[in-house]
Ligand binder design. Structure first.
Ligand code: ADP
Ligand code: MG
Length: 235
């Protein structure tokens, strides 16, 4: 579903974003991208949604080479991808329901589809009773669950999460991790960047560790501090 072939990005100030990274992520996987701050995790995710372009290499998503994609095709790519971030990025003057519905409006969904899908995803993240609240009336966890609902409401097959628990206390972080696992069980491929060891160690998912822009570890059912280094899947 996602393939990187020799992907390299050096920023104009000389900082290395990614250095010759090749990997493959299959449909339905749950993958943690780990590594220290500045190692290249966000650069990797940003390349998937074309906020950052590689200098070299190829990125294929659903059989399409997105590095060749024209600017005007980017909205089509982003329909495939749901995204959540550390800082939630909700629209403050819209309710929970309206924030989620808006993601459908901008891709041209009918009001019938909107009335059908929005309650389903709000139910999935446990927010049916908060549908009329505004973001500033919600806890951090509820705001992030709203963002999760918005990220999957268009039946997006891939969910990209960049440090989604970074602003949350441990108990709330688990709430979000449970939602992410529920979403993954529905068939959505989940790719989550994090440097939180406890979360990675507890969940036993695939762990791809990046250091200085290169893959330093790729382990299935792994933990953050696994000593064993498996050679990752070169393609
Ligand atoms: P992480 O998400 O793992 O903390 P990033 O992908 O954000 O890492 O950053 C990788 C490296 O690229 C770091 O050295 C960072 O300073 C640098 N970097 C990231 N974004 C930019 C940018 N827009 N311009 C210049 N350097 C950047
Ligand atoms: Mg980052």
């Amino acid at each position: 579903m996602i393939e990187l072939h020799g992907v390299t990005k050096v920023y104009s100030n000389g900082a290395v974003g990614l250095n010759n990274v090749s990997l493959r992520i299959e449909k339905g996987e749950f993958v943690f991208i780990t590594g220290n701050s500045g190692s290249g995790k966000s650069t990797f995710l940003k390349m998937l949604y074309k906020e950052v372009e590689p200098d070299h290499g190829k990125i294929i998503i659903n059989n399409k080479d997105i590095t060749k994609m024209k600017k005007r095709q980017i909205p089509y790519l982003r329909r495939e991808l749901g995204m959540v971030f550390q800082d939630f990025r909700l629209l403050p003057n819209k309710t929970v329901y309206e924030n989620v519905a808006f993601a459908m409006e901008i891709v041209g969904a009918s009001s019938k589809e909107i009335r059908r899908n929005v309650p389903v995803v709000l139910g999935l993240v446990g927010l049916s009773r908060k549908a009329r609240c505004y973001p500033n009336e919600l806890s951090g966890g509820e705001q992030q669950r709203t963002a999760l609902a918005r990220a999957i409401v268009n039946n997006n097959p891939i969910l990209i999460a960049d440090e989604p628990t970074g602003n949350l206390d441990p108990a709330t972080s688990w709430e979000i991790m449970n939602c992410l696992q529920d979403i993954n069980k529905r068939g959505v491929t989940v790719i989550m960047a994090t440097h939180e060891r406890e979360i990675v160690n507890a969940l036993k998912k695939r762990v791809i560790e990046i250091s200085s822009g290169q893959i330093s570890k790729d382990v299935y059912e792994g933990g953050y501090d696994d000593e064993v280094e498996y050679s990752h899947v070169f393609i």
